[in-house]
Design a protein around this ligand. Structure first.
Ligand code: GLN
Length: 489
């Protein structure tokens, strides 16, 4: 049995029946990660710590009180604090920070008996769409190592694509789960805002940040979401709802499903192969009984500008805590307190983070607050209303996740706005707080994966996963694995 190619369900069954132990499974993944170090997927690995957790999972399995994720190794984006683990957020600023506590998400996976496989690489403070801004170096796309994996959760996405982890956590502020999932040919789910606690998830833009999951298939994502979602009093925006079975609609029939196609998501600027794959995916859905409905998201061209006012504004406030005093990077030499803070921040943050802090401080400053920040908040509401109105006519919305497939390193380095446009189809979903997914829907002429985005109304994750899963029962794009160096497939 190929441990690296099996679904979570098959792995859980193997653990339960004793076909293999969690120690064996975890070791198999760690060995594979070691063989693929060049991809740059992980910032921190700690074999002993992982195997220790695996041994405890094996005891629990032996006692017969295991859950569906007991003994399953999970890779965590390095934005989640995990007690005793280096937690860097991809930044020099936190390059020496060992978290003294667990994020709610980590707590939940620990309670489920999952094993922490390692901490994955990411754009610095989750700012980016290419994973080129990490202090720890880039992540390479396993489908073509001269290309980016997308970002900011590129380490998690590339790890799942290369089958270095069966499940990974990630976060999405403007597209950072869906866009890298698309560029790496895997499935990714960004839940409704408030579904997953932000406690212990290092803050970027708090009104947009949401934790989620990446895996090969929607069925695997349902298991991951079940583990991580839930109310947490320590996050003031955590939503209290009755427990839900996110797997309830897997395999559901799609007869009569209305798929909303926003006019604005199918215009110019989309690569021809991306458009072709999305069209073919829609035909599959039609063959399953779904039908197309044209919808209008008339403010969608405002989503990128609105986001790049609001997200930097929140970031500038959130990142003010890094002052070199209590934890994080501190300059070696300084004259006085002010100089210490200035030098620590100048050295600790990279160029993109500084750009965001400057922009954010500017739009919040007296004299510009009304013109930029307040105005952006108003347009954010209009964007949300666009979606709510659209959902009066359709059950889900579909379109491309990203306008292009994976681009080469450096391709957008010189022009931040070009980089920001990578998220043109994903950002609106965050502004509206909706759940969204990306699932593999084919390949371009160069063999690079294309992602189909599916968006659902608030709290309709079960529907979203059901709609994705039904497609994955008809297609095998999500089972395709890149050929890797060293011949390991
Ligand atoms: N690429 C977007 C940004 O740089 C989104 C990042 C994210 O979702 N964390 O802000």
């Amino acid at each position: 049995m190929d441990l690296n190619r099996s679904s979570l369900k098959v792995l859980a069954e193997g653990l339960r029946t004793g076909a293999f132990s969690s120690v064996e499974l975890t070791s198999a993944y760690l060995d594979r990660i070691e063989a693929q170090r060049d991809l740059g997927c992980f910032i921190t690995l700690d074999r002993e710590r992982s195997l220790d957790q695996a041994r405890r999972a094996d005891q629990r399995l032996a006692q017969g009180n295991a859950g569906p994720l007991t003994g399953i190794p999970v890779a965590h984006k390095d934005i989640f604090c995990a007690s005793g683990w280096l937690t860097t957020c991809g930044s020099r600023m936190l390059s020496n920070f060992v978290a003294p506590y667990d994020a709610h998400v980590i707590e939940r996976f620990n309670q489920a008996g999952a094993v922490i496989l390692g901490k994955t690489n990411m754009d610095e403070f989750a700012m980016g769409s290419s994973n080129e801004t990490s202090f720890f170096g880039p992540v390479r796309n396993p489908w073509d190592t001269a290309r980016v994996p997308g970002g900011s959760s590129g380490g998690s996405a590339a790890a799942v694509a290369a089958r270095l982890a069966p499940l990974a956590t990630a976060t999405d502020t403007g597209g950072s789960i869906r866009q890298p999932a698309a560029l790496c040919g895997i499935s990714g789910l960004k839940p409704t805002y408030g579904r997953v606690s932000r406690y212990g998830m290092i803050a970027y833009a708090s009104s947009l940040d949401q934790g989620g999951v990446m895996a090969p298939s929607a069925a695997d994502l349902a298991l991951g979401l079940t583990a991580m979602a839930g109310f947490d009093a320590r996050d003031a925006t955590s939503v209290q709802r009755p427990d839900e079975d996110f797997a309830a609609q897997l395999g559901r029939p799609l007869e009569g499903l209305r798929i909303g196609l926003p006019r604005q998501y199918f215009g110019s600027g989309i690569e021809a192969d991306v458009a072709r794959c999305i069209e073919e995916a829609l035909k599959v859905y039609e063959s399953l009984g779904a039908r197309r409905v044209d919808i209008d998201l008339s403010y969608s061209d405002q989503s990128v500008p609105v986001y790049y006012v609001l997200a930097p504004a929140e970031a500038s406030s959130n990142l003010s805590r890094y002052d070199g005093v209590r934890y994080g990077w501190r300059a070696a030499q300084y004259d006085d307190l002010e100089d210490m803070v200035t030098r620590s921040r100048s050295e600790g943050f990279g160029a993109e983070v500084k750009r965001r802090i400057l922009t954010g401080t500017y739009v919040l400053s007296r004299g510009y607050y009304d013109a930029y920040y307040l105005q952006a908040q108003r347009v954010r509401r209009l964007i949300q209303q666009d979606f709510l109105r659209a959902f009066e006519h359709c059950d889900v919305i579909m379109g491309p996740t990203a306008p292009t497939t994976a681009f080469p390193f450096g391709a957008k380095g010189g022009d931040p706005v070009q980089m920001y446009l990578s998220d043109i189809f994903t950002i609106g979903v965050n502004l509206a707080g909706l759940p969204g997914m990306s699932i593999p829907a084919g390949f371009d002429g160069a063999g690079l994966p294309v992602g189909l985005q599916i968006i659902a109304p608030h709290f309709a994750e079960a529907l979203l996963l059901g709609v994705a899963d039904r497609y994955q029962r008809e297609t095998d794009w999500h089972d395709r694995v890149p050929a890797l160096n060293g011949g390991q497939v």
